[in-house]
Design a protein around this ligand. Structure first.
Ligand code: WT7
Length: 566
């Protein structure tokens, strides 16, 4: 029996206080996510239960019980406190998916720091932008990532502690210190910071259309949504072995890759290795994964390998499958039914929402291609694109909007009140996505309403790419747009107009690519540069990216009445 039971009954008189009660929380109480994910689970009698089964790319396995997570996160929290790191200061986690990343996340929260997880593949510009914006005090990292940090550390005056988890005998420079999680004396008891509902917890950077990435600020109260959505949507059961294949550098990897499973006292498995279908199936088979949270790009890659590969493995352990990050095509749902004997359940949400807001629930019939229905306690609708009033016509496309007030909604963008204010109209939070709603209340995703590019589930802002291109001496103007892609749904394509005196040639394209590679994260790298004489612009001079995008997708260009006349 699923936890949610009947969706219809759950939405009738839903109140978030149900989640509070299950967690033993009352308004005004202390609430610390780190404590809830470790100490509380031990108190419930699960100290000896496995919390983390970790496997690296070579197949080495390490296991940690809930008591290990409790004690090791105490040890990290104590270490950070003794180094003088204060509550409210930003502590960045910049590591591969190693145990220190997951346990460090809990440790930072326990000492009252704001945890800022960043993807370990970021190069210096992407890292710099985010550390600079957050005025990050400390970064916890691996030896192999030190060269990247060393290139930018002198331009980051706030960055006082560079903490290396695997330093060994490596020579360290000033402000660089070793922290050997398992080698340090274990701290059995730690006075967990008395955070309350509105105390900042996690700071995730996300891309928008304009400006640099924005820091989405979550608070400890987000737990109330993350706990219950994990239980009801992902259907986490006590005997599950759960796998979320997302990296904690992104919100899926924290909300549902740490907080969700651990606050529910579930055993989770982590594979610190890139995509490989055979390897993934072996991982599921070896650890008897029962519950899997994945993403459309990964599913499409698995589809490419076919069902024959699936048949070479015993995957009968799989019980529940979910997906997030991009539209889950109907074909993928149908394929998963054929390959695994069960459908992937699409879930929709964002960094800003902190938790799943629209979804297909266990037990509810899946309509392949639909995102499902709003989570109980979430009021979701589509708004007219001009009036911002809810649309009552069945099937008409509008802007997905949510009534603010659920526990895990972000409270601000870091140092960017204007950007936050712009996300609201007529008392609704605007997601920036478009969808329709059918007569049974299912949401059907149509596309984004802005120029943000979704490549393999990762959002990339055009501004970041265009800024990097403009730094090159030959580039006069540039536009970055999405281009369709079979696996990643979208990839980045850049349009570039050159300054007078520069000629288009392959060497120049290569030179520009190499130039921006250093500045951008690998995901934001254009797959292609097209050189043009000029870019389509509005009369007020704004680049009309949607004209270029429509061209790439072979779609009608739409209203171009504001296009400048050349
Ligand atoms: C954007 C949010 C929240 C976890 C992953 C990404 C797109 C997300 C779906 C879905 C269609 C989806 C939207 C959304 N998106 N899930 N099920 N179907 N599109 O978080 O990086 O903040 O991205 O991803 O465009 O706004 P994020």
């Amino acid at each position: 029996m699923s936890h949610i039971g009947s969706y219809e009954n759950r939405i009738k008189d839903f109140n978030w206080s149900l989640s509070e009660q299950e967690l033993g929380y009352k308004a005004g109480d202390k609430i610390n996510i780190g404590w809830y994910c470790s100490d509380r689970i031990c108190k419930l009698g699960k100290a000896g239960k496995k919390a983390l089964i970790w496997e690296d790319f070579q197949g080495n396995v390490k296991e940690y019980t809930y008591d290990d997570i409790r004690v090791l996160s105490n040890t990290i929290a104590d270490y950070l406190q003794k180094r003088g790191i204060q509550t409210g200061q930003r502590v960045c986690l910049f590591m591969d998916r190693i145990p220190e990343l997951y346990i460090g996340f809990i440790g930072v929260l326990k000492m009252g720091g704001i945890v800022q997880p960043l993807f370990s593949a970021f190069r210096e510009e992407s890292l710099f932008t985010r550390l600079n914006n957050a005025e990050t005090t400390a970064i916890i990292t691996q030896k192999k990532l030190l060269p990247t940090i060393r290139k930018i550390r002198d331009q980051l005056p706030a960055l006082q502690h560079i903490i290396v988890v695997d330093a060994g005998d490596a020579p360290l420079k000033e402000r660089e210190v070793p922290m050997n999680m398992e080698g340090m004396p274990r701290v059995e008891q730690f006075d967990v910071f008395s955070s309350t509902a509105e105390t900042p917890s996690v700071l995730h950077y996300t891309s928008g259309t304009t400006g640099q990435p924005k820091g989405a600020q979550h608070v400890h109260y987000s737990l109330i949504s993350q706990y219950l959505t994990s239980k009801w949507v992902l259907d986490l059961q006590d005997n599950d072995i759960y796998w979320c294949n997302a990296d904690p550098g992104w919100v899926t990897g924290t909300s549902y890759g740490i907080i969700g499973p651990w606050s529910n006292g579930i055993t989770q498995a982590v594979l610190d290795s890139g995509f490989n279908a055979d390897r993934w199936y072996s991982f599921i088979e070896k650890h008897r994964i029962t519950n899997w949270y994945s993403a459309p790009t990964a599913i499409r890659l698995l589809m490419k390998e076919g069902t024959e590969l699936v048949r070479k493995h015993d995957l009968s352990c799989l019980r529940h499958l979910s997906s997030v990050g991009e539209p889950l095509n109907a074909e993928a749902v149908i394929w998963s039914q054929e390959a695994f004997g069960k459908p992937f359940h699409d879930t929709y949400w964002q960094t800003e929402t902190g938790c799943i807001v629209v979804s297909n629930y266990p037990g509810m019939p899946v309509k392949p291609g639909s995102m499902g229905k709003p989570f109980p306690g979430i009021t979701a609708t589509v708004l007219d694109m001009k009036t911002y009033e809810p649309i009552n016509d069945v099937g008409k496309v509008g802007l997905i909007a949510l009534r603010p007030g659920w526990p895990s909604m972000i409270r601000c963008y870091w140092n960017n009140p204007e950007g936050y204010k712009n996300k609201f109209k007529n008392g609704w939070y605007l997601t920036g996505d478009r969808s329709s709603i059918d007569k049974e209340g299912y949401f059907w995703f149509v596309g984004r309403d802005d120029d943000v590019i979704n490549t393999g589930g990762h959002l990339v802002g055009p501004f970041e790419i265009e800024s990097a291109l403009l730094e090159h001496p030959a580039v006069a103007e540039s536009a970055a747009v999405a281009k369709p892609d079979k696996v990643n749904m979208e990839v980045v394509k850049a349009f570039v107009a050159l300054k007078p005196g520069y000629d288009v040639n392959e060497d120049l394209e290569l030179e520009i690519m190499n130039f921006i590679r250093k500045r951008l994260s690998p995901l934001a790298m254009p797959q292609e540069i097209e050189f043009v004489k000029s870019l389509p612009k509005t009369r007020s001079g704004k680049i009309m990216r949607r004209v270029l995008r429509a061209q790439e997708f072979g779609e009608p260009i739409g209203d171009i009445s504001t296009l400048e006349n050349d």
